[in-house]
Design a binder for this molecule. Structure first.
Ligand code: DWN
Length: 395
C-alpha cells in the first residue's frame, strides 16, 4: 500500500527553464503536485503521481553531466574500474547525456541510449552508436537484433527517472549475456534522510532507491544484487551491481552489511519517513527566516548552480527574485533564462567580489568542495555560502 508522507506542494517541470517572462509563457507553465509516498509492501519511495516522461525528456533537455570536474573524474574512474573488472566485449549506457561516461570507451565497444534527441545528437556526432529512444523491452529487443547481447550495462542517474521499473529490469534481464552485469547508480534515500536533502525529490526523480526496495524488484525478473556501494557523488548515491540469478556471481559481504544498516535506519518503516517530513518542514521555516533577515539587512544574496534540485526548494519555500536576486550557472543553454516556477533570472558565472555579492545559496551543494575551490577569492574577501544540508547554515 502506498502511503504519502511528504507533500512538496505545486511544482513545475524542473527542466522547463523559461526563455522569457511574457504573460503567455507564464500562463502555459505546467505544474503538478509533488507528493512522495512509501510503499509498505516493497519499501520503494516514489512520487505518488509521476509526470509523463514525454513532457520531461525533450529535445530541449538542459542538463549537461560534463559541467563539473568532479563528475568528469568520477565517470572516468568508474569506466576504468568496470572495464578492468568485467572485461566486457560489448557495453551499453542507459541515459548517456552528453557522453561524459562513454567517452572513456572505444567507440566500437559501447552503445548509447538517450531519449533526449538534442543530447543523442551529441554522442552520435562523436561516432558512438546512439539510440534516441526510451529504454524499454521493445528497444532492448531491437538492440539485441542489431548488435547482440551485452557484457555490461551501465546507468547513472537514470533508472530512478523511469516510472515502470518492472519493464526496465525485464529489458535488462533480456539484454545481458549469461554472465553480463548491470551497474547502476542513483541518489540514495538513506543519504537523503541523513542529510535532509529533500531537494532530491523533483519530477525526474520518480523513485529514490534503497537496497531493500531494489532487491525485491530485481528478484522478480530473475536477477540478483551481487554487490552494492554507497558513494559520495551527488551528496550520497547508491551503486548496485546486478546479474542474472543463475550467473557465476555470488553476492559479496556488502549485500548483508547494507541490508542490516537499512533495517537499523528504519528504511522499511513508514515512521522513519514521517520523521524526515517533519525535519523538512523545519528546514523550510529556517531558510525563509534567514533569507528574510538578510533581505532586511540589505545583503545581496544569489544562488550558485541553476540545479533541478533547487527548483524544489524555491517552489516549496516560495523563494523568488525578491529573496534571491539571480542564479549563476556555467551551462550555456540555461543562461539568460528563468528558473522554473519562481522565475529567478539565470546568469553566466560572475565575478562575485566585483558584483559585491554577500551570500550565495548553494543550489549545487553536492559540488560544495569544487565551488569553494573555484570561488576562493570570494571567500577570502568575506563572501559566504548558505546551505540547507543537513541543516540551514552559513558556511
Ligand atoms: O539526476 C540528475 C542530475 C544528475 O542532474 C538530473 N535529473 C538533472 C540534474 O540535476 P541537478 O541540476 O540537480 O544536478 P547537478 O549536477 O547538481 O547540477 C549542477 C549545476 O550547477 C549544473 O547546471 C552546473 C552548475 N555548476 C556551476 O554553475 N558551477 C556546477 C559547478 C560544479 C560549478 O562550479
Amino acid at each position: 500500500m502506498k502511503k504519502v508522507f511528504l507533500n512538496l506542494l505545486k511544482q513545475p517541470i524542473t527542466n522547463s527553464y523559461l526563455s522569457n517572462k511574457k504573460k503567455s509563457t507564464l500562463k502555459s507553465e505546467f505544474f503538478y503536485n509533488l507528493s512522495i509516498a512509501f510503499d509498505t509492501k516493497n519499501y520503494l519511495v516514489s512520487i505518488k503521481k509521476p509526470v509523463n516522461p514525454k513532457k520531461q525528456y525533450t529535445d530541449k533537455y538542459a542538463h549537461r553531466a560534463s559541467q563539473s570536474k568532479t563528475m568528469n573524474l568520477a565517470f572516468k574512474k568508474t569506466a576504468n574500474k568496470l572495464k578492468i573488472k568485467y572485461k566486457p566485449k560489448l557495453s551499453l549506457e542507459i541515459g548517456s547525456n552528453d557522453g561524459v561516461f562513454i567517452k572513456n570507451f572505444h567507440k566500437k565497444n559501447i552503445i548509447a541510449v538517450e531519449p533526449c534527441k538534442n543530447l543523442a545528437r551529441l554522442t552520435n556526432k562523436k561516432g558512438f552508436s546512439t539510440y534516441d529512444k526510451f529504454w524499454d523491452i521493445k528497444l532492448s529487443r531491437k538492440i539485441i537484433k542489431d548488435k547482440g547481447k551485452l557484457g555490461l550495462i551501465y546507468s547513472a542517474n537514470t533508472i530512478s527517472h523511469i516510472p515502470n521499473l518492472k519493464e526496465t529490469f525485464k529489458a535488462i534481464s533480456i539484454s545481458l549475456d549469461k554472465n553480463g552485469v548491470f551497474v547502476f547508480e542513483d541518489p540514495y534515500i538513506g543519504s537523503v534522510l541523513k542529510h535532509n536533502s529533500y531537494d532530491q525529490f523533483y519530477d525526474e526523480h520518480v523513485h529514490l532507491f534503497s537496497f531493500i526496495a531494489i532487491s525485491n524488484i530485481v528478484k522478480k525478473q530473475n536477477l540478483k544484487i551481487i554487490d552494492v556501494e554507497i558513494l559520495k557523488t551527488h551528496g550520497g548515491s547508491i551503486r548496485f551491481y546486478v546479474a542474472k540469478s543463475d550467473s557465476k556471481y555470488k553476492p559479496t559481504s556488502s549485500v548483508k552489511k547494507i541490508y542490516k544498516s537499512e533495517i537499523k535506519m528504519g528504511l522499511n518503516k513508514l515512521s522513519a519517513y514521517k520523521k524526515f517530513a517533519n525535519r523538512v518542514k523545519k528546514s523550510k521555516q529556517k531558510l525563509l527566516e534567514l533569507l528574510k533577515k538578510l533581505k532586511k539587512d540589505n545583503k545581496k544574496v544569489i544562488s550558485y548552480g541553476a540545479t533541478y534540485k533547487s527548483a524544489t526548494i524555491f517552489n516549496y519555500c516560495n523563494i523568488g527574485p525578491d529573496l534571491i536576486e539571480f542564479v549563476t550557472d556555467s551551462t550555456s543553454n540555461k543562461q539568460g533564462k528563468y528558473t522554473p516556477g519562481k522565475h529567478i533570472p539565470i546568469l553566466p558565472p560572475v565575478d562575485m567580489v566585483k558584483e559585491k555579492i554577500d551570500y550565495a545559496f548553494l543550489g549545487a551543494w553536492n559540488f560544495e568542495k569544487e565551488i569553494k575551490e573555484k570561488e576562493k577569492n570570494f571567500i577570502k574577501k568575506g563572501g559566504k555560502f548558505i546551505t540547507h544540508v543537513p541543516t540551514i547554515k552559513i558556511v
